[in-house]
Design a protein around this ligand. Structure first.
Ligand code: HH2
Length: 260
């Protein structure tokens, strides 16, 4: 899954307008992305909230273009009104860092006949989530939360095959807690849904490598391989070419887990 941020302030790649974002989406496909994830609001710690009008104005023109490119397109949003507009245009997946907890979000995804949904775990709110993350058992708590959200989806009528779970790397978690969630992916897979993981350029990669955000491609690729090794089926990345190359060599070397 290639990341297409249409924001002035994303933590690693903000500043694109619609035309640049669409050109970027096309480049990611050339590099081997199989899904595009389009977002108009940064979730980095401290990012300002974006109005509905601004988010729609950022996302919809790019979405319109991306939907002509022949791959599934995901919209990265928490706002039900953005989900609705994106689904009306033909978006294939709703990627929600709040796991459809905003009022109306669950019902509107349930009312759609087939779109996929990614339910992500986050402790706290983006503005303050990294201040003091607290868990007794991070893996169990993330799994419990995602199980409850998946159950809520199922109860609302969303078929199991439409659901993907995401541990939410960097969303209210320390470096140690993020890394515990790599082997911990097994507990998420045991819930019976595919797992999506997003380590790309994140601060945990920076913490281990000592690299600034623009220099985390190698560390991010290693994290992506580790996530696949632990069973992730979708990897959300900025650096598609590097990740696809690494996965190709890994596969040729016979290191791909059979279920991935
Ligand atoms: N991470 C970010 C945004 N959306 N969605 C899912 N499902 N999983 C993630 O790990 C995830 C996500 C943050 O990364 P990025 O889009 O690069 O930054 P920003 O939120 O600053 O735009």
């Amino acid at each position: 899954m290639g990341i297409v941020n249409v924001t002035p302030d994303s933590f690693s790649d903000g500043g694109r307008g619609a035309a640049e974002a669409l050109a970027h989406a096309e480049r990611l496909l050339d590099e081997g992305a199989e899904i595009l994830d389009i977002g108009g609001e940064s979730s980095r710690p401290g990012a300002p909230a974006v109005s509905l009008a601004d988010e729609l104005a950022r996302v919809l023109p790019v979405l319109r273009g991306a939907l002509t490119l022949g791959v599934p397109v995901s919209v990265d949003t928490c706002k039900p009104a953005v989900m609705r507009a994106a689904l009306d245009l033909g978006a294939d997946i709703v990627n929600d860092i709040r796991a459809l907890q905003e009022p109306g979000a669950l019902d509107l995804v349930a009312a759609h006949p087939r779109c996929g949904v990614c339910l992500m775990h986050m402790q706290g709110e983006p503005r303050s989530m990294q201040a003091a993350p607290q868990y007794v058992d991070v893996v169990a708590e993330v799994a419990d939360f995602l199980w409850a959200r998946a159950e809520a989806c199922r109860t609302a009528g969303i078929a199991a095959a439409r659901i993907t779970l995401d541990p939410g790397i960097g969303f209210g978690k320390t470096v140690e807690q993020n890394f515990a969630l790599l082997p911990g992916q097994r507990s998420l897979l045991a819930l019976g849904y595919p797992v999506l993981a997003g380590w790309s350029r994140k601060s945990s990669v920076g913490a281990v490598t000592g690299r600034a955000v623009g220099e985390r491609v190698h560390g991010s690729v290693a994290a992506a391989l580790a996530a696949v090794q632990h069973g992730a089926r979708i990897i959300r990345v900025h650096d598609v070419a590097a990740t696809v190359d690494a996965l190709a060599v890994w596969r040729a070397a016979g290191l791909f887990p059979t279920e991935a």
